[in-house]
Design a binder for this molecule. Structure first.
Ligand SMILES: [Zn+2]
Length: 219
């Protein structure tokens, strides 16, 4: 299942009663599309008078990019609620999943037969898989230099930015041509998408291989 706002809110209320004596104040719950985490507890820090630090503006964020069994979603929600509890009470822990965190986690696991884990972030492999299964359309500028070299740059899909990139490069006098292609090839995910006047040099063969069948766009 994928997570929804309603589900996360309902589970928050249920677990608040069950594990935290209903003492946790209502908190903002966000559902996003992150691929780098399944759940995360965000907050801000501020110094109070006399230098004491306070955490505030808590938000529990979950990613709808993951399809997980329901009990894993529940464990993830409880995990983030433990962070929220520790932060809210201003308890000093030895690390982000330190002694206090583990004590609470272990107690819930053994008393309620849960399987909350310390590591709730997606593994790099899992994240890469997520990225690959969601093809993203990119605009790739193919740059041919007068000295025979070639290269690419991923640019924003905005005509005025594309023109500005081409005009900027042509002004250097070293560039013979800049053509734009639209592609879903994940090979281009490794290049930053920006308007910077940069070129990543690649062999012409490699560029052709990844842009085979790609649509040319005229701007
Ligand atoms: Zn955590």
């Amino acid at each position: 299942m994928t997570i929804t706002q309603t589900y996360a809110q309902q589970k928050f209320d249920e677990f608040n009663k069950l594990f935290f004596d209903d003492t946790l104040p209502q908190v903002s719950i966000y559902i996003g599309k992150a691929v780098s985490y399944v759940g995360i507890c965000r907050y801000k820090r501020r110094r109070k008078l006399f230098g004491k630090e306070e955490l505030y503006d808590f938000r529990l964020c979950f990613s709808s990019s993951f399809d997980l069994p329901e009990d894993e979603w529940e464990d993830t929600i409880i995990h983030e609620m433990i962070h929220y509890y520790i932060g809210l009470k201003g308890i000093k822990d030895s690390s982000s999943h330190g002694k206090v965190f583990r004590r609470i986690m272990d107690a819930i696991n053994s008393n309620y037969g849960r399987h909350i884990r310390v590591s709730h972030k997606s593994s790099p492999e899992q994240a890469a898989k997520m990225r690959d299964t969601r093809p993203r359309v990119r605009v790739v500028a193919v740059v041919m230099l007068r000295d025979g070299r070639s290269g690419v740059k991923v640019v924003p899909r905005i005509a005025s930015r594309m023109r500005a990139y081409r005009n900027g490069l042509m002004l250097s006098g070293k560039v013979a041509s800049v053509d734009f292609y639209i592609t879903e090839d994940s090979f281009f995910a490794r290049f930053p998408n920006s308007s910077a006047l940069r070129v990543y040099f690649l062999e012409r063969d490699e560029i052709n291989r990844h842009l085979e069948g790609a649509t040319v766009i005229a701007v």
